[in-house]
Design a protein around this ligand. Structure first.
Ligand code: LLP
Length: 433
């Protein structure tokens, strides 16, 4: 099993999370079941905050990227860790608002925010809007005029960095749907335009080069490119940029093959680059913002399933079918994402079988993993998939009209439901005759 600070094995040979026996959680709350450990989430938050304090004198703010997982309980935890929040839709913003999240610490992203979403953001008073393109810039300026408000904005820049990750989650290169391109001069042009707009104040620039990245170099390169751009903005437009948002993307350990860098190493290296470039270009040190999503919640979550059937096709493969699948975790079918799997009730048994773990959707590609070594499994066993805290619930669907599972949060040896299991009535609640 991969090492994690919330997972362990008890004397009964069962997997535990936050000190609680996972087979008991499965029994009490049913399966499939997402389980998150609060203490682990808080621990991950503090690693970032402490690192920012240590290497950049605390002149920054860690924004949790709520696309990784967004719900009321989690927003409250993030707020109590004194962090900010990156939201990317009206729905995430509304969740944060209802959770009582301080609006001034919210950064609103998105490559095509609708007029309604911008309207909501202005009405609620979000701290910053990260403008993606010219159309949005004009829309926002007009809306501000209409509402008699002024908005503080950052620009999403594509810095031309290749982050060596899966194509679908690589976002720093020129050919990308997000942001304005630096190399072509488009980024400078849009900032020039914005600086003439009465209702907008340009405070920062932002980039996000991709997700699940293990190399330090692309992050440092991006920081350097962005700092030089801040220098160019000052030289060309006489404008001081006070916020540099470097996005998220820090890789985490899903299987033993993954070897993430520590945030301390990252922060130390990036701070060095930022400070050196600031001196070179004679610009003031900007406030640094970072937007980790996966690395805050990923390792804090697991999913529990019940094995329903085991089918052996001699000479071909063994299928092990569980009561969930792509509806609650679409990451295998989308990105061939790999996970660590365990039979939660037989943790020390020898893993002498190899399975393809199949979901229950009517879709051959509905798999959770292939070539998975496990002890010989039988119906009724509880299968745990580890590190499912990020981009699982947040990407879940009702395909085949399967209700979404519940989410339970453990803390201090106790568990509580933070998202209820959907019912069949939830499934039909928006149907009209
Ligand atoms: N900031 C921005 C602007 C982003 O677009 C993202 C992720 C983040 C921060 C957070 O990145 P993280 O620290 O979580 O890597 N569904 C995919 C991941 C998509 C990431 C999208 N943007 C997956 O399951 O791997």
């Amino acid at each position: 099993m991969i090492t994690s600070n919330c997972l362990s094995v008890n004397e009964g040979n069962h997997l535990t999370i936050g000190g609680i026996d996972t087979t008991k959680l499965a029994q009490e709350y049913g399966t499939p079941l997402y389980v998150m450990d609060e203490d682990c989430v808080r621990h991950n938050c503090r690693l970032y905050t402490e690192s920012m304090n240590r290497f950049y004198g605390g002149n920054g703010l860690i924004l949790y990227a709520s696309k990784a997982l967004c719900n009321t309980a989690l927003c409250k935890i993030i707020a109590s860790e004194n962090m900010g929040l990156d939201v990317v839709s009206g729905g995430e913003l509304y969740t944060a608002y209802k959770a009582g999240f301080p609006m001034e610490k919210i950064y609103f992203h998105g490559n095509n925010k609708t007029k309604e979403e911008l309207d909501l953001a202005l009405s609620l008073g979000v701290g910053r809007i990260i403008v993606d393109n010219r159309d949005e810039l004009r829309r926002l300026n007009a809306l501000c005029a209409e509402k008699g408000k002024k908005a503080s904005i950052l620009f999403r820049i594509t810095p031309g960095i290749d982050a060596h990750t899966h194509d679908f989650i690589m976002t720093g290169q020129i050919d990308c749907k997000f942001g304005v391109v630096l190399e072509t001069g488009d980024a400078m042009d849009i900032i020039r335009l914005a600086s003439t707009m009465e209702n907008l104040e340009v405070v920062g620039v932002h980039c996000h080069i991709g997700s699940q990245i293990f190399d330090l170099d692309p992050f440092c390169e991006a920081a350097k490119v962005m700092m030089n751009f801040i220098g160019d903005i000052k030289d060309e437009l006489g404008l001081t940029i006070s916020e540099l948002n470097l996005g998220g993307g820090f890789g985490i350990c899903y299987t033993e093959k993954d070897d993430p860098i520590s945030y301390d190493k990252y922060m130390e290296a990036v701070s060095k680059v930022v400070k050196a470039t600031a001196e070179e270009r004679n610009i003031a040190l900007p406030k640094i913002l970072m937007e980790p999503g996966r690395s805050i919640v990923g390792s804090a979550g697991i999913t529990l399933y019940t094995v329903g059937s085991v089918k052996s096709i001699p000479g071909v493969r063994n299928y092990l079918a569980v009561d969930g699948g792509l509806g609650d975790n679409p990451r295998y079918i989308l990105y061939q994402a790999e996970y660590d799997f365990e039979l939660a009730g037989r943790m020390n048994d020898e893993k002498n079988e190899v399975y393809t773990v199949a979901g229950k959707c009517c879709e051959s590609g509905d798999l959770l993993g292939e070539n998975i070594a496990l002890p010989e499994a039988k119906p009724g066993d509880i299968l745990a998939v580890l590190t499912t805290g990020a981009y699982n619930y947040s990407m879940a669907s009702n395909y085949n009209r399967i209700p979404r599972p519940a989410m339970v949060m453990t803390s201090g040896g106790k568990a509580r439901v933070i998202i209820k299991r959907e019912t069949y009535d939830d499934i039909i609640k928006n149907d009209c005759e």
